[in-house]
Write a protein that binds this ligand. Structure first.
Ligand SMILES: Nc1ncnc2c1ncn2[C@@H]1O[C@H](COP(=O)(O)OP(=O)(O)O)[C@@H](O)[C@H]1O
Ligand SMILES: [Mg+2]
Length: 479
């Protein structure tokens, strides 16, 4: 008699949903999962504590779902309150979902090729930059709830145009890129770092925007292997279970990342594959990995999108050389920079890999949430100069690259000098302030709500505060 095999206990899964947000997964993507899958819905506005309690009460081990940009920071806090819950994708993997600025910082960290990018939190510095830089440039809105479709991407041909645009749009931060002449870009989707779908997006005649929502066209044929390799690298850098990259193919022949995220539009059969991949990961291999041959999209892409939208649970057999006509990858080959390679051989070079489970934070908000930490007018960051944590910046002034020269050093000493320059604030009082407000909080208070300082310290009279603000403005000038 067959013995009943004993399986390790499976983790308890929960679907993470948010009111008013399209759902990337539903339970049908996890077909075959034997246990109940919980659901937790975030209702926005002050819902954090209730949400945390519900996750605890339901004893969820793994919460699955994409966080929209506007909830990202809240969910970094929620994740800290739920240290035993694994978020999939992790908050670190979803860092790029929040803003274009974050995509850029991620790319800077991992040396991922992107159009040269300049980010300014200081309006005056942005204006100075406009006056000395070359055109055309691209100006983008970095962050916003309706951030897609190219509506917040502008090409400016002169300094005047750039000034006008920023005066009108008031984008914060001011986010510029060199304009990269390109013929097309490619959207690549990956699961476990393996490309599972890719297609070209070409702009309409005479246009430069490749977004298909603007009337461009798309096709699935002959995406270069080397472009896929870049997408794989980026997915690995993000430690992403599932991932999409938009890669520009420049007229100079170079590949550059334009966007990358865990949130993207995907056909249901692709979301089924992701569900199967996750079930494999969560069950230590008890559920099988799906086999998803490379370049499958060249064949599936021949079907009409209306059909692709209804297909579910697509499975492929593996290539067996002895079996006549095993499947389409058999005789086909691809031209690559290393020569011609058979598709089934190429496929073996792109295994589906398990992502790492990490416990430390790669992108803590105290350091990386520039939007809120620096609010309006403090930091200027040059291309390729990813700032380090403030402590590191204060103690280590060596440049990371030759372009780093203008990164601002905001040390505690700087702030002490600033505070003590105000009559009535001596070393003792300045130390008290810096004890209560660390450098980030102090800058934040000075920039957005200076009254908080008077509230916190009764001896900090309005005259003193006025003087402090004046000194702060002068100090910023020197940055
Ligand atoms: N630096 C750039 N140079 C030239 N074209 C660009 C550049 N950045 C973006 N584009 C074009 O604008 C489109 C939209 O930009 P993207 O950064 O993807 O913003 P979104 O899709 O969020 O509107 C891209 O698909 C590409 O066609
Ligand atoms: Mg885009």
């Amino acid at each position: 008699m067959a013995k009943k095999t004993k399986h390790a206990k499976l983790p308890r899964l929960g679907m993470l949903y948010l009111d008013h947000v399209l759902r990337f997964f539903d339970k049908s993507n996890f077909r075959g999962w034997p246990d109940k899958i919980e659901t937790v819905v975030y209702h926005w506005k002050n819902d954090k504590d209730r949400f945390v309690k519900e996750v605890r009460r339901k004893k969820i081990d793994i919460l699955i779902g994409n966080i929209p940009a506007t909830a990202y920071e809240t969910f970094r806090e929620i994740a800290r309150e739920l240290p035993h819950v694994q978020f999939i994708p992790s908050m670190d993997t979803q860092f790029s979902n929040k803003s274009k600025e974050n995509v850029t910082r991620f790319a800077w960290k991992y040396d991922i090729p992107i159009p040269k990018t300049y980010i300014y939190y200081d309006k005056q510095k942005a204006e100075k930059f406009i006056d000395k830089t070359e055109f055309p440039k691209i100006i983008k809105k970095s962050y916003g709830p309706s951030n897609y479709g190219g509506y917040f991407v502008h090409k400016v041909d002169s300094a005047q145009e750039a000034h006008n645009l920023l005066a009108q749009k008031k984008y914060h931060p001011a986010y510029f890129q060199d304009f990269v002449p390109m013929s097309a870009d490619v959207r690549v989707m990956l699961i476990g770092h393996k490309p599972v779908c890719a297609f070209w997006r070409r702009p309409p005649e005479g246009e430069w925007l490749t977004n298909t929502s603007q009337g461009g066209s798309m096709d699935y044929m002959d995406v270069p292997k080397e472009l896929l390799d870049l997408a794989v690298q980026v997915s690995k850098n993000a430690n992403a279970e599932y991932w999409a990259c938009d890669i520009a193919v420049g007229e100079d022949g170079k590949y550059r990342i334009l966007e990358c995220a865990t949130a993207f539009a995907a056909f249901p059969y692709i979301r089924d594959w992701i569900g199967q991949y996750l079930m494999w990961k969560f069950s230590d291999g008890r559920f099988p990995l799906p086999h998803i041959p490379l370049y499958n999209w060249e064949e599936l892409g021949k079907m009409d999108a209306s059909v692709l939208r209804t297909l579910r649970y697509i499975t492929f057999g593996r290539y067996t050389p002895s079996y006549d006509g095993a499947y389409f990858l058999d005789k086909k080959s691809k031209q690559t920079e290393e020569g011609e390679i058979y598709l089934h051989e190429l496929d073996a070079l792109y295994p589906i890999l398990c992502t790492e489970d990490r416990t430390s934070e790669e992108w803590p908000s105290e350091v990386w949430n520039f939007q809120d930490n620096y609010g309006r007018t403090i930091r200027k960051v040059h291309a390729k100069s990813n700032p380090r944590p403030l402590e590191a910046i204060a103690s280590d002034e060596t440049a990371q690259s030759e372009e780093v020269e203008e990164t601002i050093l905001l040390s505690e000493e700087n702030l002490e000098r600033l505070l003590t320059s105000v009559d009535g604030i001596g070393k003792k009082k300045s130390a008290k302030i810096l004890k209560k407000f660390d450098t980030l909080a102090l800058v934040h208070a000075l920039e957005t709500e200076p009254e908080r300082l008077s509230e916190a310290f009764s001896w900090l009279k309005s005259k003193m505060l006025k003087k402090l603000m004046k000194q702060w403005d002068a100090f910023k000038e020197t940055l």
